[in-house]
Design a protein around this ligand. Structure first.
Ligand SMILES: [Zn+2]
Length: 489
């Protein structure tokens, strides 16, 4: 039997089961490193298909790998399944409707991401079975993308050793290969300790930690002029030291993100940020404790795999949207501002070209596959797929799972991640990824070429951006509360 036909048939025959699984994970809506039910549901589905599972890579209980086949090439599919705090929203509802106040929601569509890659893994297994070719397909259950740097810890633990290439995708509002880099990101908590005192009676006896937080922020804002313009530094005050103005604050804390196009650049700025913090402590007579939080390398897209994914996405075709999906998308589009739609079209112009963007301008949904982006762009966000891409050649797709103009991390995205629009986008991604796996098994030269390209473009050995002594920040064990966690990468 034709292996490629078997692969696509495997997705088609399981479409309801895959859709149901994506809806279940959406319903669980578990945040990073808390994805017990989500990971269990995905693991069980793969076990039922004959995959062999191993749990807990990188010291994270909700991480797993599921393998099928033997010999090489070893093709990895990356799946995510964590939700975001505060984005609870009713499924497919076109107006803001929280299911539970303040609860989590799948505002980045990782329920679709995890199951779409899972569908491709099952299809790749069916390809290997039908073709009789050697090869191993391995699904990586990757927790904690939104917070936690899950894949960075998995990479550090050697979970991807022996993998020849990795493929993944992300839900969005376009259909294209992601050929852009992302920003590296290092984050840390800066905790200042001083001495409390009565702010009117004896301020001279106090040493204000809140003053130190303020001075560090001021210092950082002066630092901005003297770092590369592509860098992004942002902060939140995670502990103002209390609510009473008449007490000199003896503790205060801020949380910083430090981003740059390359991890080495982010590291350099991060070190200078430490000097600013130490300077603020010196000025205020306080002390500063720096607690490293997360580290994400920049994403290095494989051009070899980008070209492969482009061919496969064109062959598999865009999501099969019908009249019902178009009508639903129009209703979501009505909730978006002109600026949001313009931002999306600007991205379409950059990645897909002017011609495709023009065709999308009045469409509620992206029903075309854009041409391959040949430029060098950097998206102003960060992801732990970056660390995988630094050690294994990695290719990534975007498939439309929401009305054009829908930004991730919004209630509109959460709603559409549990709608027929999201499910159609997920199946399109599964089909394209499955065909790419089949090509990689048919032609082992693709992995060889991709590996050579990675070694040439990476420039030096990979160094994990997280210090050795820092482990995964498990919820409950750490100091952060849900509201303190970053919402937007
Ligand atoms: Zn995401």
């Amino acid at each position: 039997m034709d292996g490629r036909k078997a692969a696509l048939g495997a997705i088609e025959s399981r479409r309801d089961r895959l859709g149901g699984l994506a809806d279940r994970v959406w319903g669980f809506a578990e945040a990073g490193f808390e994805e017990r039910r989500s990971a269990a549901a995905l693991g069980e589905a793969l076990e039922a298909e004959g995959f062999e599972l191993s749990w807990g890579s990188g010291g994270i209980g909700t991480a797993f790998a599921a393998s099928w086949g033997s010999g090489g090439p070893v093709v990895a599919l990356l799946g995510e399944y964590d939700a975001l705090p505060g984005l609870s929203q009713a499924a497919a509802a076109c107006e803001k409707a929280e299911l539970a106040p303040g609860a989590n929601g799948h505002g980045c569509g990782h329920n679709l991401l995890g199951v779409g890659s899972l569908g491709a893994a099952i299809a790749a297994k069916e390809f290997l079975r039908a073709s009789g070719l050697p090869g191993t397909v391995r699904y990586y259950g990757c927790p904690g993308e939104e917070r936690g740097s899950g894949k960075t810890f998995m990479v550090r633990a050697g979970a991807f050793e022996g993998v020849d290439l990795a493929l993944t995708w992300h839900p969005g509002d376009l259909n294209c290969v992601l050929q852009a880099r992302t920003l590296a990101n290092l984050s840390a908590y800066f905790r200042f300790s001083g001495r409390a005192a009565h702010a009117a009676a004896s301020p001279h006896l106090g040493r204000s930690a809140l003053d130190a937080v303020e001075l560090m922020n001021v210092g950082t804002n002066f630092l901005r002029e003297h770092v590369i313009p592509e860098a992004r530094i942002h902060y939140a005050v995670t502990d103002p030291g209390g609510r009473a103005p008449n007490v000199v604050q003896d503790r205060a804390e801020s949380f910083y993100f430090c981003r740059a196009p390359r991890v080495a650049q982010a590291r350099e700025i991060y070190e200078r940020l430490g000097d600013v913090a130490r300077g603020a402590a010196l000025m205020t007579g306080t002390s500063c404790e720096i607690r490293f939080s997360e580290g994400l390398s920049d994403y290095l897209p494989s051009r070899t795999l980008g070209a492969l994914l482009q061919r496969c996405l064109e062959e598999a075709g865009p999501p099969a949207f019908g009249a019902a999906e178009r009508e639903l998308a129009s209703r979501f589009r009505a909730t978006l501002s002109e600026a949001e739609i313009a931002a999306s079209l600007a991205q379409a112009r950059l990645f897909l070209g002017a011609e495709a963007a023009k065709r999308l301008a009045s469409a509620p949904l992206a029903e075309l596959v854009g041409p391959l982006f040949a430029g060098d762009a950097c998206l102003p966000g960060s992801t732990d797929v970056g660390d995988v891409s630094q050690v294994v050649p990695t290719g990534q797709l975007i498939c439309a799972c929401a009305a054009l103009g829908t930004a991730p991390h919004t209630w509109q995205f959460t709603a559409q991640a549990a709608s027929p629009i999201g499910r159609a986008g997920m199946l399109a991604a599964a089909r394209a990824l499955a065909l790419a796996c089949a090509e990689a098994f048919l032609d082992p030269g693709i992995a060889v070429q991709a590996k050579a390209e990675l070694l040439e473009r990476r420039g030096g050995a990979y160094a994990c951006p997280i210090p050795d002594e820092v482990g995964p920040a498990m919820p409950g064990a750490g100091q952060r509360t849900e509201s303190e966690r970053s919402r937007d990468r």
